[in-house]
Write a protein that binds this ligand. Structure first.
Ligand code: PMT
Length: 227
């Protein structure tokens, strides 16, 4: 048996949902369980990669044999991801990052004082886009895979995110479909890449999606190093 295919490769994966605090007992989050990111982490680990898993809020226990970094908010997740980019070979961003956070966090539990309470939200940084920009500014860096969670016009939105967020591949899931997306054991995805690459995967376990995705990443990296 030869060396494992990802031996010596550093792979950074994000998983789970971010948690945006309103006050000490309340927060905004989403339905991400972390399963998709965990499945990719396991698959990369089993191929011999040195895996770092940056997690937001997750339901299940992260896999063993990987370096787990716990975060909560998008701002913390951004710091953990950006500080690890140097020396990373592949970044795969399966986390569901909140696009907005409360403009301020109350130190004390917010009291019921009126019938109407307005929560002001501000835009979070786009971590995936910052990774793409970091790479562009340096003239090189990790191979970057983003996810796209959509409910309508999946291909159109995914291709827009591929270009805007400067990734090498984007994995689109229609999260309104049964058996796909948030919390499910299975997923149904389409993977889009530069130069018109498109592959549609039927419903399969998240682990099977992860295995096929790592094959696509391997082939795309091989192709870009041969050009
Ligand atoms: O965790 P599971 O329950 O298994 O569910 C899996 C999943 C549905 C969460 C996963 O398959 C998925 O689609 N993850 C991406 C969810 C998401 O945030 O999609 P988006 O279309 O809003 O974002 C596109 C990409 O930009 C994602 O790679 C996301 O990590 C990234 N992003 C988004 C916003 C932001 N502020 N920073 C980011 O980095």
């Amino acid at each position: 048996i030869g060396p494992k295919p990802l031996a010596g490769q550093r792979v950074l994966i994000t998983a789970g949902g971010t948690v945006e605090r309103i006050d000490p007992v309340r927060y905004i989050t989403n339905d991400s369980s972390g399963k998709m990111g965990f499945a990719i982490a396991e698959a990369a680990r089993d191929r011999g990669a040195e895996v770092t898993l940056v997690c937001g809020r997750t339901e299940a226990t992260p896999p063993h044999g990987v370096n787990v970094i716990r975060t909560d908010s998008a701002l913390r997740m951004r710091d953990e991801v950006m500080s690890r980019l140097d020396g990373t070979d592949v970044v795969i961003k399966a986390a569901a990052v909140a696009d907005y956070r409360p403009a301020s966090r109350a130190d004390q539990k917010i009291k019921k004082t009126s019938d109407l309470l307005t929560l002001e939200l501000v835009r979070n940084p786009d971590i995936l886009q910052e990774v793409g920009e970091w790479k562009e500014a340096r003239g090189g860096g990790p191979f970057v895979v983003g996810f796209a969670a959509e409910t309508t016009d999946v291909e159109k939105h995914a291709l827009d995110k591929l270009a805007r967020k400067k990734c090498d591949l984007i994995v689109a899931n229609n999260v309104a479909e049964a058996g796909a997306g948030f919390g499910a054991e299975t997923n149904i995805v389409s993977v889009y890449g530069r130069g018109g690459f498109a592959e549609h995967l039927p419903q399969m376990t998240k682990r099977a999606v992860a295995e096929r995705l790592l094959d696509i990443v391997r082939d795309a990296r091989k192709g870009s190093s041969e050009r």
